[in-house]
Ligand binder design. Structure first.
Ligand SMILES: *Cc1c(COP(=O)(O)O)cnc(C)c1O
Length: 499
């Protein structure tokens, strides 16, 4: 004992705090300056450049066992990391669906990291901030004040949470205790063929299996066919399955189509089904009075999943889910454990225990960057930015329409334009190949980054504009570059691309 007491000499202890706080402040100021300049000048750099081979070697070494120091670690970031992002902060990035982020969002992330709070529960500001953000979102989207919700990493997890509550409530059994084994028949969920693959993953993770998803055909505008939905439900009921949930798309990932949520809510009312909305980016239509009719009926849903790192431009990663029936939300994630129990008023008792409303126990203060983004700009301006991208998509569609060498491949109801380069005498396979090569040339050149999808079997270029830095001229450049590469490739290998 005496020996142990002698060992406790504070001056010999180590800590991870800096020896030189002033030096750390200087470095911090430099880092903030550098990153704000980096964002200010983003337009002057290529949209994307691959990590060069010599930089890759950087990432093959083992962990340093001795301190390298903060300055040197920052130098490594500047040299090997900073200049090789995927590209979504750039004004000419329109790949997949990605948000741009903001300078102030970056700073908000820094503040949250500084507080480094665990936002799982407790009478702490982080929980109040998140509660307020959820309340704002209920108000914006049109959900009742009694609904609950939680911020998560993104719409994939938001879909998983909404569909978990749907499964638990509509199964009619205690799934949490008994698992699916005791049900004795298969539960089914319905969504259009355009439904995002994260829904399939949710069904796999929920133990329903992807076969439990009924892919409902769509109209020419890629919205769900309600008559087919009704038919598929009837067939399943006749065959002894248990339909539990319909998934509406508020903005499909391929083309931005909006399912008719009023009609889907009617179907759900009739058959006592849960209505879940995947509104990853389309739900943000709620921010704009002009676009709000897109999501008419969304307030009738049982759950709505959406992203905030896409069209709200909060830095990655953050999305959210709203659940109309707050108690079924809590029932799906309630936890027990002596170490988790708490008393009526202590530091562990806050307005809501987020730890018991989602998958994570420990969780970051994700709400702060959303809260500060909305405070910085206000919902009206954020809505105008959404509208601006929709206008830009219409502009690009009009450019495509005007050019005989370009072909619009899907309607443009929102912010996504699917199109391709076309040239007389090419069969479908040749057109697919040619457009793939055009896409690769665009990416390699670093000039613009659309991505691709398939529309009715055709390979198409796809520009999804969720970018507050894009200018109309950037879209003009995209159209010109596609034509440039299309002509050039046709000239270089006319036969290769001919039927
Ligand atoms: C992006 C997207 C998702 C997945 O969201 P993540 O934030 O990537 O997890 C789901 N559905 C749709 C329609 C999307 O666009």
């Amino acid at each position: 004992m005496d020996n142990i007491l002698k060992l406790h000499v504070d001056k010999d202890l180590e800590t991870l705090d800096p020896d030189d706080w002033e030096g750390m402040k200087d470095l911090g100021h430099r880092m903030v300056d550098d990153m704000l300049d980096y964002l200010r000048t983003v337009r002057s750099r290529p949209v994307f450049q691959p990590v060069p081979n010599d930089r890759r070697d950087f990432f093959r070494s083992g962990p340093p066992t001795k301190p390298q120091g903060a300055e040197a670690a920052y130098e490594d970031f500047r040299e090997a990391v900073r200049d090789y992002p995927i590209g979504n902060i750039h004004p000419r990035f329109w790949g997949w669906v990605m948000g741009t982020g903001t300078p102030f969002g970056m700073l908000a992330e820094m503040l949250a990291a500084g507080m480094n709070t665990n936002a799982g529960f407790g009478n702490q500001a982080a929980v109040h901030v998140e509660t307020q953000v959820i309340n704002w979102l209920k108000d914006i989207i049109g959900f009742p004040a009694e609904a609950s919700g939680i911020l998560v990493t993104g719409c994939t997890v938001a879909n998983l949470i909404g569909l978990t509550v749907a499964r638990n409530l509509k199964s009619g059994i205690d799934v949490r205790t008994e698992g699916l084994q005791s049900l004795g028949r298969s539960m089914t969920m319905y969504g259009s063929v355009e439904t995002h693959s994260s829904v399939q993953r949710a069904l796999e993770m929920l133990g329903l299996g992807s076969d439990a998803f009924r892919a409902v055909p769509v109209h020419d505008d890629f919205t769900i066919r309600i008559d087919e939905l009704e038919k598929m439900i009837a067939v399943d009921v006749a065959e002894g399955a248990l339909p539990i949930c319909v998934i509406a798309n508020a903005g499909t990932v391929n083309s931005g189509a909006f399912d008719d949520m009023q009609q889907m809510a009617d179907v759900c009312d009739k058959h006592d089904l849960w209505l879940h909305v995947d509104g990853a980016f389309g739900a943000l239509s709620a921010l704009s009075p002009r676009l709000a009719p897109n999501i008419d009926g969304i307030g009738r849903a049982d759950s709505v999943a959406f992203d905030l790192h896409k069209w709200l431009h909060a830095p990655y990663d953050v999305g959210g889910v709203l659940i109309r029936d707050a108690s079924s939300h809590h029932d799906s994630f309630r936890m027990s454990g002596d170490y988790l129990s708490h008393f009526d008023s202590d530091l562990a008792t806050g307005p809501i225990n987020f730890m018991e409303h989602g998958v994570q126990m420990s969780r970051s203060f994700r709400a702060l960057k959303v809260w500060m983004t909305i405070k910085e700009h206000g919902t009206e301006k954020l809505g105008r930015l959404v509208e601006q991208n929709v206008d830009q998509a219409q502009y690009l569609a009009a450019l495509v329409d005007r050019e005989p060498e370009l072909e619009l491949m899907a309607p443009v109801p929102l912010n996504i334009v699917c199109f391709r380069y076309t040239s007389p005498g090419l069969d479908e396979q040749a057109l697919d190949d040619l457009n793939l090569t055009i896409l690769q040339r665009l990416h390699d050149s670093g000039v613009a980054v659309p991505t691709h999808t398939r529309i009715s079997g055709h390979f198409v270029l796809r520009a999804a504009i969720a970018n507050h830095r894009t200018r109309f001229e950037d879209l003009g450049l995209l159209a010109n570059e596609v034509i440039y590469w299309g002509r050039k490739l046709r000239r270089e290998s006319p036969r290769q691309h001919t039927s």
